[in-house]
Each structure stands twice: as structure tokens, then as C-alpha cells.
Design a protein around this ligand. Structure first.
Ligand SMILES: [Zn+2]
Ligand SMILES: [Zn+2]
Length: 343
């Protein structure tokens, strides 16, 4: 006897400039430059929750988007953080203060949200592209939310979101969580895996939207990251909103996520990098140990350029018989004398 399969979920149609943009009846998202924040609650609902808080400087835009979805003066009952990277907590202090809202995160993420520990340094040598190369410039905390931030309930429930549970998905950060609703198998992922518009072999396999592993430069434990993707794949989500990229649904989500879990080392883990052979370690007080630094790509480039320049100068001198180059003052003298007139 065959088991009836659920209808494949689809992202509802939206207008091009519609923000926040709905992707389920009671979920919408706003893209703050490069990273998404999520609004959990039906349009017009007075009981809603903000998930993540975008990059710094976006507090007003997030509050405006909330007012458009839930009505003027709308305040969330809670702010849930998937993790504490700067691009997910940029507006959290301002918004928690403005809305007088409690903030919740996994206990292992609290050191980075209460001023006790910085994250391990990003690894700018992995992934390629400007986002990775420049990652050594990104702030790595900690921020200090003081008494406003609380540990997520140990029973797995999510404050303000009945029917949802949080799932510990470490690897990208020690206390990273994803949020899951069993009833319709909806997932808010955070950065445990992401969907971006970049080209990839996996994107060709799955068509349309693309699934990638967690952002490489910021992931400090690849073994844990792989196990987290395996856990999320076993949940068989029908709809997923990720920290980066557009929401995913249906067949492309299922196939893409299973392919990523099955072949994680090849599809998601960089060939080399600071955290590839050994992870950074952390506990409830923050980072304990980090592997040794690896050369920065810009440094390697600069060293290569310097060596190339030195070699070029040496070869030039050798081939020109050791004749000294004209000094700048000789050139100035020559130009003052003007063009030579050969009679
Ligand atoms: Zn992150
Ligand atoms: Zn992120």
C-alpha cells in the first residue's frame, strides 16, 4: 500500500516591490541588504514574533515593515535569534529597546550576546568572492543585550510561536538554531544552509532556487555543520526560509537538501581553510580554542606581487648590462634642456 504524499508546497505569488514578502500564510520576510529577517504571524495579527534582526542600520526599515504587516504600533511578543552574527543582530538592541521585547537565543549563543566572548575570526581564505575575502573586516562581536536576552526554553518550545520547536543546528556557530513547525513542515533555517543566486552544480540539479551549505567564511565547525544539515534533511521540510537568498519550497527544496546532506563534504566544505582540519571549540562561556591562522589571500597576493616585482627588477638589471637607471633629477634636467636639435 502506498503512503499518500503531501502536495508539493509552493511559494505564493508576490508583487515585485512587496515588502515584507509573504511565503506562507503566517510568515513573511524582509531582505536587509544581504540577509533576511522573518515575521511570524498572519497579516493584521497583534500577536507576532520577529526572527533575526538584520544588518546594522535597518531598525527603522524593519519596524516599518512590521507596521505594514501587523498595523501601526505593532510590537512583537518576542524576538528570536537563530544566531548572533553581526548581520543577524544588527538592529536587535534598538528594536528590543523600542518595543520592550524579550530576546531569545540558544544558551550556547548567549556569550556572544552578553559581552562575554567574540566569535572565532572569519576565514577569508575559503569560498572565493569578495564577501569571503573581505570577511576579516566584519565585526565578530560580542554585542551586549544584558538582561533583555534569555535562553530558549529547554522543552524546545519557541516563545510566542505555538506549534513550533527550535532545533539545535550548530556548526556555523555553537548555538545556532533553526525553527520547525511539524504541522505543515515549515522551517526557518537561519544559516545552517542558505539559498543564493550564485551558480553551482547543485543549482543545475535542482533547477530554480539553489541550496548551499552555511556561509563558508563564518563557519567554524564543519563536522557539526554537516550533522546539522543531516538533521534538517530528516525533518523533510516542505517550505524553508533561509538567512540568505529567497525562500525554498516543494520538490526543489527536498531534492536540494537531501543532495546537500548526502554529499556535504564535496558541496559545502571548502578544500582548505582554517577550520577544515580542526574546528574552533566553545562552551557556555564562549570560545575555548581556535586553530592557527592561515595566510590571508590578499597577503599571499601582496607577497607574490612583491616577489614578482623584485624578480622583474633583477632580470631587467641583468639584461641591461648593469647600466644604472637615470635618476629622477637627470630626467628633470633633460626635460629642462628641451628637445635636442640635431642639425
Ligand atoms: Zn551567520
Ligand atoms: Zn548570515
Amino acid at each position: 500500500m502506498s503512503v499518500p504524499q503531501p502536495e508539493s508546497a509552493e511559494i505564493p505569488a508576490f508583487a515585485e516591490n512587496e515588502w515584507p514578502r509573504p511565503f506562507a500564510e503566517d510568515l513573511a520576510y524582509l531582505r536587509t541588504a544581504l540577509v533576511n529577517v522573518f515575521f511570524a504571524g498572519k497579516a493584521g495579527d497583534r500577536n507576532w514574533v520577529l526572527i533575526d534582526a538584520g544588518i546594522p542600520g535597518w531598525a527603522d526599515s524593519i519596524a516599518d515593515a512590521a507596521a505594514r504587516r501587523f498595523g501601526e504600533g505593532a510590537r512583537p511578543s518576542a524576538i528570536i535569534l537563530t544566531h548572533g552574527h553581526f548581520d543577524h543582530v544588527g538592529a536587535v538592541a534598538t528594536l528590543a529597546e523600542r518595543w520592550d521585547a524579550p530576546v531569545f537565543a540558544h544558551p550556547l549563543e548567549l556569550p556572544y550576546l552578553t559581552g562575554r566572548s567574540s566569535y572565532p575570526p572569519p576565514d577569508p581564505t575559503v569560498g572565493g568572492g569578495a564577501m569571503a575575502t573581505l570577511s576579516w573586516l566584519y565585526p565578530r562581536g560580542p554585542i551586549d543585550l544584558g538582561g533583555r536576552v534569555h535562553p530558549l526554553p529547554a522543552d524546545g518550545s519557541v516563545p510566542g510561536m505555538p506549534g513550533w520547536r527550535w532545533v539545535h543546528t550548530p556548526g556555523h556557530t555553537p548555538g545556532h538554531v533553526s525553527l520547525f513547525r511539524e504541522a505543515d513542515r515549515t522551517l526557518v533555517v537561519g544559516d545552517a544552509f542558505v539559498a543564493t543566486k550564485q551558480e553551482s552544480a547543485l543549482a543545475v540539479m535542482t533547477q530554480r532556487r539553489e541550496i548551499h551549505g552555511p556561509p563558508m567564511y563564518y563557519t567554524s565547525d564543519w563536522g557539526a555543520a554537516r550533522r546539522s544539515v543531516e538533521i534538517l534533511a530528516t525533518l523533510e521540510p516542505e517550505t524553508a526560509g533561509t538567512g540568505h537568498g529567497e525562500p525554498l519550497a516543494g520538490e526543489s527544496l527536498r531534492m536540494g537538501l537531501h543532495a546537500l546532506a548526502f554529499d556535504f563534504n564535496r558541496l559545502a566544505v571548502p578544500a582548505h581553510g582554517r577550520y577544515v582540519p580542526r574546528p574552533a571549540t566553545a562552551d557556555s562561556e564562549g570560545v575555548i580554542s581556535i586553530p592557527p591562522d592561515v595566510p590571508h589571500p590578499l597577503l599571499r597576493l601582496a607577497v607574490g606581487f612583491g616577489l614578482g616585482l623584485a624578480a622583474g627588477v633583477a632580470i631587467h638589471r641583468w639584461t641591461s648590462g648593469g647600466r644604472p637607471e637615470p635618476r629622477p633629477s637627470d630626467l628633470a634636467e633633460a626635460s629642462r634642456r628641451g628637445p635636442r636639435r640635431d642639425a
